[in-house]
Design a protein around this ligand. Sequence first.
Ligand code: AGP
Length: 605
Amino acid sequence: MCGIVGYIGQNEKASPILLDAIKKLEYRGYDSVGIATINNEKIELKKDSGKINEVDKELQLKDMEGCVGVAHVRWATHGYPNKINSHPHTNNNNKIAIVHNGIIENHEELKKELISEGYVFKSETDSETLVHLIDKFINKGLNFQNAMIETVKLIKGSYAIGAISINYPNELIAIRNESPLVVGLGDNGNFIASDVPAFLKHTNKVIFPEDNELVIMNSDNVTIKDLNGNILDKKVETIDWNEEMAQKGGYDHFMLKEINEQSVVVSDTLSGKKDIENIVSKLGNINKICFVACGTSYHGALTGKYVFESFLNISTDVIYSSEFKYFSNVLDENTLTIFVSQSGETADTLSAIKIAKNRSKTLAIVNVLGSSITREVEHVIYTKAGPEIAVAATKTYLSQLISIYLLAIYLSKNRNNEFYENMISQIEKVPTYINELMLNEDKIKEIARKYKSYSAFFFLGRGFIYPTALEGALKLKEITYIHAEGYPSGELKHGPLAIIDENVIVVVLAPSENPESFSINSYKDTINNMEEVKSRGAQVIAITSYENGERINVNDIFQIDNQVDELLSPLVYLVPLQLLSYYISIYKDLDPDKPRNLAKCVTVK
Ligand code: AGP
């Protein structure tokens, strides 16, 4: 959570560049925002609580002078979101400014010591400790770089830090540990940021520093050193994302743009088929799969359980990353642990990898190139969904599902080539099914308008489509704040049926059967469960690919192409659910891109 940015140029004013860059990271936090620049041998600082546009309107952030600066968007952990707690933080004589993303776990003891030495703390944040420590080491005679090195030797926790000092006006320094940091090499200056979209407008040439590598940059040069001061030879990578991909492109919200990109995303993810085949050839003997993930990625992983157990007859566990440590005893060298993460930075998932990596084979399915998770595992499948800016995951979820299907299909290829050929050709049709249903978007708008004021939703599904029901409920909760639950259709009668009445909306996912597939043909059972909620007064919305879907007697029906059977349904049914949440959020006058209390990248445990 939190986003940091830094820029150092020769002649270009830093503040408009920083403001533009930090807007691209607003998905990481929107409790407060701030910029510090070096202007006329002084630190110029503007910051406040609120979303970027509100604070900019009040403080005119882009009018700050100076060619070097750092900026921050905050998702509060320590200290209420107010002006004082906003970043950047400065030292007592305002010569140094820092921005920080992460948590300094031992900040209380460090703070006590600093206070006893005369340092005055203005904020309640853990981050302010950093700026006073740097100051303390500079006062002891160290230069800026070495003061940063000594500071990180003292702190425990996660951090990505950017720092500037008026005594070193031609230097921007940065360092990371378990929090994301990427360096951008521009033609007119250099950048640090929590994520690539921040500077894509200026450059797609990047360096990914490892933990505790010190980044020292001036306007035309970047040096990376280890903590002993040795200069490191780092690879410069070119990211194949462009600025346009990180913009709204005429849509009202990123979320709607990202939903609309999904048919293209399927094709892009499928273009990575060969890479997946290549990874499969290196995996060796596997007798157990263990998926590990959080949130939407967990729902992708849970779909993976249905896919792997059906396609491969292989025992597959799915564990929330934050619960993983309680189950890790079951891993062995023939277990493949698969971590699923859009951001590649989720702290819970990173911790799980540290437990699994010496006990099992590890593979990650990740969207963000060079992210921390990709560096911790043996094999990486990139989902190729492009940058996702809306906090609620949409297109990246679909790309995870496609990757999981492909992985299972390639693992089964040697056993059953006919099945492999058939599945690949079926998945290749998914973009067509999605495009078809997008033509019927008005029906979803009508349903959203009709049910927007209800305060309880259930999403029901059986078998392959059950995790999609969970995802439908999560999307609705995240961006509309309506209470929603996903349930296996057959499970309702074991308790939750007690709360069903005419005030509850039940969304039933009822894909058609596939007589030749592994699926257990759940349509009829699902319809029976639907009747059970109807007879208790619930209003029912059915999403179905059953060809006689119109004959189901419910309040509303959304029809999916009848070729989309149970096996394929997770790859298509998610789209109307995403649209339903999006439009309910719009009709409730909320901002679907920035749901309250959430941030896209969860780098705290
Ligand atoms: C998705 O809409 C959520 N914002 C959230 O549940 C997310 O999927 C979760 O935090 C995991 O993130 P990751 O995929 O980046 O690891």
